[in-house]
Design a protein around this ligand. Structure first.
Ligand SMILES: Cc1cc2nc3c(=O)[nH]c(=O)nc-3n(C[C@H](O)[C@H](O)[C@H](O)COP(=O)(O)OP(=O)(O)OC[C@H]3O[C@@H](n4cnc5c(N)ncnc54)[C@H](O)[C@@H]3O)c2cc1C
Length: 434
């Protein structure tokens, strides 16, 4: 999966689809379709034997790959309808959050949350339960109100909140078909101010975990596990009255940052969103990185594991105990909170979750060795892996952690009876269980 460099082996009659964003995966598909209309996409899908959808290529796992054909949603990048009456926006699935956010802000509206960077497509993000942080914030899929899917036979289906298949279909892992449009809940625009504290003692993080994560609209820990402390706490507070909030001074033994920071303290903060309590629009504070900063491709790997909220302090200590194996392979870890939802295959299905994320150095050999150790440490907490990132566990373990997985498989078989969209990732991790 990672580290392949198949470029020179691709015969001239095949199309080279290239790699994912990180460069750790060379897509094995032989043809990339770029349909310009729903009708064209329907035709391509109905003719295909094996096909999958490609969003903005930000997954580290091979979830978006296919041995035969891929269909890019790149041309489906427009806002279809803004409806202030129902407080919804309908978008084509290939639009990136960054462009959608600017459009909404210009019209006086906002989304509830954003991921760490805004370059990801709405369709691809919702498919894998991509999330930001916030005790009261569900993942990005949690505001989906309706969607249009092209099924394996080429016919379209419209699903809305309340329809029997809706809760199964919102976080679908690419298994049901191609999503062409999504309707999302919006809210009036709001401002956010961002503050950072450094060197939070680990004891304080464990003891006051809930209070710390409750201290802002969106809170993240950044740490490299090298010491008995959390390197940085990022607190994004929402300002509904437009007035700046007084800066936080005392913070559980941590020190306030004296300048803008990057999550890795030694790296320049110029590409990071503004901090130091300077208020700004929601879309210029909720992501950690600016939209006009295009991150260089790759040079990193990522993994992430979700544990029930109540288990998070113990999970934090369990990971800390592996620091001698983790830290040498790591750029940085991030810890975030996600509110519960009821989407069958969502990592936050059934209860609030805390997500432990790892941005690894591009050393797949080393990461491959540490992942089973990490997963073993997190086994008592029934940790679920992020679908778009790298993990070791396989179908049986994963199936055991999703109570509705059999219903999801039945639904996938109904939408796609011949397994047109069933790729190696879905077989290994979902359908391969006994
Ligand atoms: C630098 C970086 C930062 C990240 N930050 C975060 C973060 O803050 N939080 C987080 O949770 N994750 C994060 N991720 C992971 C990322 O959000 C997910 O992997 C996401 O699914 C990527 O979306 P994409 O559009 O690139 O989809 P792809 O990777 O192209 O595809 C992902 C899946 O979605 C399916 N898909 C895509 N579009 C459609 C569609 N229209 N219809 C049907 N299926 C579709 C694909 O078939 C595949 O199954 C990050 C990744 C990177 C590289």
């Amino acid at each position: 999966m990672a580290g392949s460099s198949l470029h020179s082996l691709i015969p001239p009659w095949q199309e080279d689809i290239g790699t994912n964003w990180a460069g750790n995966l060379h897509y094995s598909a032989k043809k990339l379709h770029r349909p310009q209309s729903v009708e064209e996409a329907q035709e391509i899908i109905s003719q295909a034997n094996k096909i999958n959808t490609l969003g903005t290529r930000h997954s580290f796992s091979n979830i978006a790959d296919c041995p035969e054909e891929l269909l890019s949603t790149g041309a489906f990048n427009k806002v279809v309808k803004l409806d202030p009456k129902s407080m919804t926006v309908t978008v084509e699935a290939g639009i990136r959050y960054g462009e959608l956010a600017i459009y909404l802000e210009e019209n006086g509206f906002a989304l509830h949350n954003l991921a760490s960077l805004p370059h990801i497509s709405v369709g691809g993000a919702c498919a894998t339960a991509t999330h930001g942080s916030g005790d009261k914030n569900g993942n990005l899929a949690s505001i989906v109100k309706a969607m249009e899917i092209i099924k394996a036979d080429g016919n379209t289906v419209q699903l809305s909140d309340g329809d029997p298949d809706f809760s199964a279909a919102v976080v679908h892992l690419g298994a049901l078909g191609v999503i062409t449009k999504l309707t999302l809940a919006i809210q009036p625009t709001y401002q956010v101010q961002q503050e950072i504290f450094e060197h939070l003692p680990l004891d304080a993080a464990v003891e006051h975990f809930n209070d710390i994560f409750g201290s802002g609209y969106s809170v993240s820990f950044f740490t490299d596990w090298s010491k008995e402390e959390i390197n940085q706490v990022w607190i994004k507070r929402r300002i509904d009255s437009k007035g700046k909030l007084p800066s936080l001074s005392e913070f559980y033994g941590a020190s306030p940052a004296t300048k803008n920071m990057h999550p890795i303290a030694s790296v320049s903060a110029e590409n990071c969103t503004d901090q130091m309590s300077v208020p700004g629009a929601w879309h210029e504070r909720l992501p950690h990185f600016k939209l006009d900063f295009t991150p260089s491709n790759g040079e990193e790997l990522q993994s992430e594991f979700f544990v029930p909220r109540s288990e998070a302090p113990n999970a934090l200590l369990a990971i800390q105990s592996l620091n001698s194996q983790i830290t040498p392979l790591l750029f940085i870890s991030e810890v975030r909170s996600i509110a519960a939802d009821d989407f069958w295959m969502s990592t936050a299905e059934g209860g609030d979750r805390i997500a432990f994320h790892f941005t690894w150095k591009p050393d797949w050999e080393g990461v491959q060795k540490v992942l089973p150790l990490l997963e073993k440490k997190l086994e008592p907490f029934s940790a679920r892996p992020h679908w778009g990132k790298l993990f070791h566990m396989q179908a049986q373990e994963i199936n055991d952690r999703y109570p509705k997985v059999e219903d999801f498989k039945s639904l996938a078989r109904r939408y796609d009876p011949e397994g047109k969209f069933r790729n190696a990732f879905l077989t290994r991790n979902i359908f391969g269980a006994m």
